[in-house]
Design a protein around this ligand. Sequence first.
Ligand SMILES: NC(=O)c1ccc[n+]([C@@H]2O[C@H](COP(=O)([O-])OP(=O)(O)OC[C@H]3O[C@@H](n4cnc5c(N)ncnc54)[C@H](O)[C@@H]3O)[C@@H](O)[C@H]2O)c1
Length: 368
Amino acid sequence: MKKVRVSLGERSYDIVIGHGIFSALGDTAKKLELGPKEMIVTSKQLWPLYGKPVQDSLAATGFNVCPATMNDDEESKSIQTVILLYDKLVENEFDRNSGIVAVGGGVVGDVAGFAAATFMRGIRLVQVPTTLLAQVDSSIGGKTGVNLPSGKNLVGAFYQPTLVWTDISTLKTLPERELRSGLAEVIKYAIIADPALFHTLEENIRSFSEASTDTLIDIVSRCCSIKARIVEQDERDRGVRSILNYGHTVGHALESLTNYTQYTHGEAVALGMIVAARVSREIGAIDRNIVEKQERLISAAGLPTRINRCLDPQSIVHQLTRDKKRLAGRTRWVLPKTMGEVFLTDDVPLDVALRVVKDMTTSNEEKA
Ligand SMILES: NC(=O)c1ccc[n+]([C@@H]2O[C@H](COP(=O)([O-])OP(=O)(O)OC[C@H]3O[C@@H](n4cnc5c(N)ncnc54)[C@H](O)[C@@H]3O)[C@@H](O)[C@H]2O)c1
């Protein structure tokens, strides 16, 4: 078992990472003086696998536990789902001393987190992430929220959990494509901050799910540490936290141009990282060798390295100019400089971006 502390003054908390640790959650929750009432928010499918064991552990240590299931598709990441959770909390007479335990992937975590942030102006929240993406990314750092019909994540709150309880045994039941999608974020951490992690991934990525428990715990906790250190410096995402968006500028463009149907988030981010590294190479900011190493690792993870030729390069680049994270009307890029170091720039000529995107769209010798 490993522990990563997120130090944010009175909002500090631990991320506990282990294998087969659900039964120990109750004791830790007791020590943190959570409760006495906890609502477990999860999906119908995840309830028997992970919701129930979490409930049993909390009930065994004296908590009064109430389960609540929600749909966890992206369309259900909505204010309507949050209202259903509020209703359930009121129905079960939850008050400000009670809390929510979110058991699931990023959708459950973001929705349940937002409900916890806002019900009675904030009740305590425990994140129990069950996807790789949620374990290394969405459960940490306090971003909670929902989508609006007009766009993703447009309503939300920064609200740190009291505890993150990560049991990597949940990865065994995760669909292969979801696992690979999470791997894109893991690769992202290696490029932005951890050359040694990159090396570990080179050795393990092909048969990631077969890696030893110790290796998986080590990889997940290194990602958590990187995110924790960045969040500690910039909790509200006004500065250095934006380096976590490496690969996301182009990734978001690809996701929205395909109406979130063609690529998973991780697949889009993988392509975005390749575009960013090639752009960095074009402007002379990185060695070709590193660009190629990154591309080989992404390919070995089973993620796409070429953009589907159905997509028009011009539209992709145009979409970048509409990104909500633009700075004074200019697209803000996170570009790699060397292994483990990135920099921010809004000085990438659009024709350079277009050349790179065109090259990745037309050379479709690899799978798109
Ligand atoms: N808050 C943040 O900082 C942050 C960061 C990144 C992404 N996100 C959000 O996270 C969401 C994506 O989250 P995600 O990638 O975790 O996917 P997800 O929550 O959509 O889950 C994907 C699918 O996997 C299933 N699933 C979850 N755990 C499982 C398991 N252990 N075994 C079998 N099936 C399992 C879910 O039921 C769902 O069908 C997006 O809405 C995104 O906006 C938030």
